[in-house]
Design a protein around this ligand. Sequence first.
Ligand SMILES: [Zn+2]
Ligand SMILES: [Zn+2]
Length: 392
Amino acid sequence: MSTIANKSDLHEQMVTWRHHLHQHPELSFKEKMTSDFIASVLQSHDIEIHRGLAVTGIIATVHGQRDGNVIGLRADMDALPIQELNDFSYKSVHDGKMHACGHDGHSTMLLGAAIYLKENNDFSGTVHFIFQPAEEGGGGGRVMLEEGIFDKFPCQAVYGMHNFPGIAEGQFAVHETAVMAANETLNINIKGKGGHAAMPDKCIDPVVVGAQIISALQSVVARNVAPLNSAVVSITMVNAGTVSNVVPDDMQLTGSLRYFSKQVGDEVKEKIKNIVEGVSQSMGASATFESVPNYPATINTPKHAEVCANAAAMVVGENNVLRNEQPTMGSEDFAFLLNASEGAYIWIGNGLVPEDSPKGGCLLHNTKYDFNDEILPIGASYWIQLVQNILQ
Ligand SMILES: [Zn+2]
Ligand SMILES: [Zn+2]
């Protein structure tokens, strides 16, 4: 494949940067060395940067030769609290931390594109390269928004990209609208009446109430959500009791709710509330329910998805742009930026499964995952092509 970034010597440089970042992973909002490293590479190429948004965020700005529109391109920078089990030379040297989601590769591709476009700025307008902290649950995108990213750096549209194991190296997937789901945390607190385990008739056992609630919740998606809509309700944490001969006073259930459409999400929450209150009441207990929003759904603007698909096709060929991939019920904090601006978020193939494939097929968040260096020039070239197409 003859990509733009391959024609220069960028590929080799990007591999070096990527391995450095992989070796030094940092968790959400603590990407200090990562941010310093990215800033120093940008500054060594005379690229203007703004630091400090959302603690460690960087906005790098490259102006074209002529005036025009302004767009934002975003990469995430943070790693995960995972012990890496890979055994290559650049494996993590930070115990218990690992780039298991490929954000080392995302930052590197954006860095490569920024440097290429600084040296080849035959375009009209301005590009803000957004290096965002804390994608992995910290909501760095939300914090950047709250700290005024689009007031300080107004953008007509904003674009994101994530690697995707299971999609072949050299392919992209572009969704016309929904890409990733909204994500909320469910908290259910059941209040019963504790006592001696040998005298259950004198107690209101919250554990039995909780078991009934968990069972009943299985019907919410199966029986209340229209078959062609999507939602997930998973109870993932169950906490009650301290000893075998005591019926506890209360029980906590925690879980995860996923959906694409707000209307579906609202309906599901209403049903959960009814079940929690109804089951508890019928068994003499009381209960509270709350759903705490984490990330909204990542929904592309169709016209921008089309612009992204066209740029990807110019890099890898129309046949290698998948347009009918299913969205996933996973979530992504780029959704905060997409809620505040038009734009689109696409997937770049990291390599086909099997999971133990040495290149790119290992699942995200796995202890053996690694970003595929072969796709660095493909992703950087996509960013460059996107800029050249939009800011002609
Ligand atoms: Zn991740
Ligand atoms: Zn990720």
